[in-house]
Design a binder for this molecule. Sequence first.
Ligand code: SF4
Ligand code: SF4
Length: 56
Amino acid sequence: MAYKITDDCISCGACEAECPVGAIAEGDGKFEINADECLDCGACAGVCPVEAPQAE
Ligand code: SF4
Ligand code: SF4
């Protein structure tokens, strides 16, 4: 299991600072989560203004 950022992402960057393992980075047009590093903690979803990070 891992979180995934949907196309709703507005690239605000808030989630990147919250991730305890640095699994989030800016991608092409939106931020992206490295599924191999994600701990499924939900911290990114908690700070996102548009609910873009979703549990898979
Ligand atoms: Fe990082 Fe947690 Fe979000 Fe996974 S669910 S990307 S570990 S903040
Ligand atoms: Fe995108 Fe939400 Fe992360 Fe902001 S907090 S970069 S809108 S996923």
